[in-house]
Design a protein around this ligand. Structure first.
Ligand SMILES: *Cc1c(COP(=O)(O)O)cnc(C)c1O
Length: 431
């Protein structure tokens, strides 16, 4: 199967972490997301161990919250002793509600509101990742009012184009995020930040994009960032302590994609960093990374119940399921690849070519086009694999469809980690 936590049992049913998905669908209803906790822990440990080994003891990964923010994940991150990045007060609130120590958290966002800035400062968030100088003014002002010195790092764009989907490229000069090195604006930003009284410049950040399988852009970006740290040392006689390399490592969604060896990727990046640090004669910074997708995506699958099947002779076949863009908008947004299988009939011949459609009143509500599965009947359980990242966190109530239930599996037990939304939940804010 696609990942080692997936298998097929003697009944021809798909299993995740040894659990029969058809049984889970029966027990909890559909749409249902099932998360294999061990896989998340394993992924977190790979990063944590590799980063310590190759970048030094102080180095650590941050879970990129936006990929799947919920209490369960923050408890796992806390348990595995890794940090987090946050992009909103909502994510911060969720983390705090589990007792997460946010002194190691990094607050992102290209438009932090006054509410966000205030809440993050009051909560003791460790680092603000500053996206632009308007924002820096406000952070400095609010830190001054509170009588604190806020630690900040500047988000820079190293000018790397990693050849991934245009919607998830972020490191180019013309990005909406960050301050460009190439245009000289980064130098101005550093000079400006160093003059501020209530913030302390601790580091630089870059994030070149997402779902990247090629190591080269990461190595190039790392080299540019170290060169830049050395340039700042020379120009301003100021030592940068933290280099945050962002996230972006690719995940295998379909057979034709590789399964990356993240430890090897980290080792290769470290070779560039150590070389460049040595050449420049600067101190090795604390390197942090912000993986999101590669920590959670392959831990999870989604289960749906098949409703209607429609065959349009000479055109195409549709299989409709009881979820879709409300729980997974990624195909509608950017035609993301997914592996689809008929979880209740894994051993039957997959010779029915079809488009898997969601239940919304929207032609674009598709989960995947032109997939091959056994011809399903109403009531069959269909699964979309590798849905742990950017699915639940992007979910909506479009068409007033309640968000699905999320079930965790650990030590051969299954348990609810996010309750299914109810119809009453849908109207709780309506007056
Ligand atoms: C989205 C994002 C990440 C996580 O990216 P993945 O591809 O999920 O690893 C990390 N850092 C920043 C700033 C991001 O915007």
């Amino acid at each position: 199967m696609l990942h080692e936590n997936l298998s097929v049992n003697e009944m021809g049913h798909l299993c995740i972490a040894g659990k029969d998905t058809v049984d889970l669908a029966k027990k909890y209803g559909t749409p249902l997301m099932v998360m294999d906790e061990n896989r998340v822990r394993r992924n977190m440990r790979i990063y944590k161990d590799a980063m310590k080994k190759h970048f030094g003891e102080k180095s650590y990964p941050l879970f990129a919250s936006k990929s799947f923010s919920c209490k369960y994940i923050y408890r796992l991150a806390k348990d595995e002793n890794i940090g987090i990045d946050l992009v909103s007060s909502g994510e911060l609130y969720t983390a705090l509600s589990t007792g997460f120590d946010v002194s190691k958290a990094f607050l992102h966002g290209n438009n932090k509101t006054d509410f966000d800035i205030n809440y993050a400062m009051e909560s003791g968030v460790g680092y603000f990742v500053v996206d632009n100088l308007t924002e820096l003014d406000r952070i400095d002002e609010m830190a001054g009012e509170k009588g604190i010195i806020q630690k900040v790092i500047l988000r820079l764009t190293p000018g790397i184009d990693p050849h991934t989907h245009a919607a998830i490229v972020t490191g180019r000069v013309d990005s909406k995020f960050g301050i460009a090195i190439e245009t000289g604006q980064a130098d101005e930003a550093v000079s400006y930040t160093l003059k501020k009284k209530n913030v302390r410049l601790c580091g630089f950040h870059c994030h070149i994009g997402s779902q990247i399988f090629d190591i080269k852009p990461f190595c190039d970006a790392s080299e540019i960032m170290i060169k830049y740290i050395s340039h700042i040392k020379e120009k301003f006689d100021y030592a940068i302590e933290i280099l945050n390399l962002g996230g972006g490592f690719g995940v295998k969604y379909i057979d034709s994609q590789p399964e990356l060896d993240y430890e090897e990727f980290i080792r290769l990046i470290s070779v560039y960093i150590h070389n460049e640090v040595k050449r420049a004669g600067i101190d090795m910074p604390t390197v942090v990374m912000e993986p999101g997708r590669s920590l959670v995506a392959d831990s999870t699958l989604t289960l749906y119940t098949v409703g209607g099947t429609k065959e349009i002779p000479g055109f195409k076949n549709y299989v409709s399921v009881d979820g879709g863009m409300p729980d997974n908008p990624r195909y509608a947004l950017y035609q993301s690849d997914y592996t689809v299988c008929l979880a209740s009939k894994m051993n039957e011949k997959a010779d029915f070519e079809c488009t898997v459609a969601g239940r919304c009143c929207e032609s674009g509500d598709l989960l995947q086009e032109n997939v091959l599965i056994p011809r399903p009947v109403r009531g069959d359980i269909l699964s979309v694999l590798v849905t742990g990242a950017y699915n639940y966190s992007m979910a909506s109530n479009y068409n007033r469809i309640p968000r699905p239930c999320v079930v965790g599996i650990a030590n051969e037990e299954d348990f609810v980690v996010i309750k299914r939304e109810t119809l009453e939940d849908l109207v709780k804010n309506d007056i």
